[in-house]
Design a protein around this ligand. Sequence first.
Ligand code: GLA
Ligand code: ZN
Length: 679
Amino acid sequence: MINPKLSKIFYGGDYNPEQWEKPVWDEDVRLFKLANIDIATVNVFSWALNQPNEDTYNFEWLDEVIDKLYKNGIYVCLATSTGAHPAWMATRYPDILRVDFEGRKRKFGGRHNSCPNSPTYRKYARLMAQKLAERYKNHPAVLVWHISNEFGGACYCDNCAAAFREWLKNRYGTLDALNAAWYTSFWGHTFYDWDEIVPPNILSEHFAQYRTNFQSISLDYARFNSDSMLACYQLEYDELKKQTPDVPVTTNLMGTYKPLDYFKWAKQMDVVSWDNYPSATTPVSFTAMRHDLMRGLKDGQPFMLMEQTPSQQNWQPYNSLKRPGVMKLWSYQAVARGADTVMFFQLRRSRGACEKYHGAVIEHVGHENTRVFRESADLGAELNRLGDRLLDSRVPAKVGIVFDWDNWWAVENSSGPTVALNYVDEVHKYYQAFYDQNILVDIIGVDTDLTKYDLVIAPVLYMVKPGYAKRLEEFVEQGGTFLTTFFSGIVNETDLVTLGGYPGELRSLLGIWVEEIDALFPDQENRIVLKEKVGDLAGDYSCNLLCDLLHSEGAEVVAEYGEDFYAGMPVVTRHNFGKGQAWYVASSPDAAFLKGLVGQIAADKGIKPLLKTPPGVEAMARTKNGETFLFLMNHNRQPQTVDLGIIQGTDLLADEAVSGSVEIGASGLRIIAYPNTNT
Ligand code: GLA
Ligand code: ZN
């Protein structure tokens, strides 16, 4: 449980009283109570208010806010305010300002703007955390600490360059080892002194944000940058923990956010939290995948939905409103996938600056008679009724899809074989194939224990880290099924090709040798011609993007290419290895093929879909104490009927017994509780 002090799904969100005069605060509290809000995230962007100059700290305003909230039954998620530094700090200590990818020294402005290796930033951020912890350690209102805000971006300043060199010394020990790992014999890059190494940006190795001459250097810089920010987080974390060891600490993540290795970060977080901002056109399966990723960061532990908008964003090109019911539906989508909180950005809409058109529970009109307020209050009341029923329940998935940040960076830094390869999209294609048939999936890292899974899918496992091939082999030997795809097993941790034939370390597991890799133009495709029926799949299907030209070395050929000079070569193979099987899909297939393929592979392992539902109706389950909570979420704007089969249970929201066929309203949902034995 995130904090047993509030034993229900926390409901509330970002609250910025520092933007308002005091009389508004009283009105806020009245409205929060009306909306059934029980947690407010405060002090997110108030560093300048808290520390008006180098020697003065002023927390009286915050005391008053926290006391007022608590007296009214509202807890706080207490942020440390270090997500945007004060202007005076930038003027006085320019080391705090970042140097951007183009090599320009930034001036004061924006937020999330501090150099992670700035001594000034580290000193004052740590001090701020220490002072806040001292001041509020005994305050009963504090449920969670929220460090900074959405850590992100990158810096290329001289302090970062110096820190990078230290980071490299630590990683490689000697310049010889570094030169070998980076393959600096290419283009005469041999380094004879650590000081010759400079950050890879547009002034040095890059010719675009993710296009670089030296993948190994850029890869290490991405790791270093993520680690630098993590070190800043850690400084604050340690200060908070010294004084409040029992208060959970988090920082709000951003889903598939490329610059930070969240699997590494999550190890230092007590609870994962994240900000979910899909647009109206984001596939719901994509949002689902991101929730599953956030749950996977800490091995399936529940996470916090830290932010979502109650109605609309301001920063997307077209900020459409969430249609009636959709805010509630998407809130429960998060809960279904492991969220134990539902929180918004923000509670009251700002009057000025760039977020004044961002949705909020309290709109500019200032009162409660709005659609958004009514929908918010209604959800709040419902969450009160649910109490602790769903809290801490787990998702019983038997399928793991591997997602790895190092691999992501390496794949997309690659110069060739195609610019069109998007790692997240390839993962999502596989994810969606399961999602569309309501088969539960965990998104897992390369450190995640594989033994609890029956089926592991690793799309585009380009980089194989030390020991991972062995672990996959053990998994399959013991009976697991593994599937990987084109452009896998190619390089080691520093982006050096594993010699002796692709897919390198995965070659014996897969029983294949990939001789060449063909890149297709966007308007080109090839065909997957099945040699045998796989479930309902028969005949041929299309594929595109990349085509591996491969030879079987013991694998059975399930399908062959239908076109081009490699027609008749294997495109899908299955290799018996120990007690299990290893599949290889040598190109990027169409959705129908993938759905059929993974559906059948899952069925062969006895992994069943939760339920068959009409298109656009998402089914998901969490379990606890012998009980299953089945979420049925209708993303269509028309009502749908779902056949529950043998499931008989209680609809927790409608408070009625359900069985047989149930109707789900437009953008509506049901949460059906039943004993695990009842399926
Ligand atoms: C992010 C930030 C918030 C706010 C919202 C707006 O998630 O954390 O401070 O800017 O975006 O959508
Ligand atoms: Zn810097």
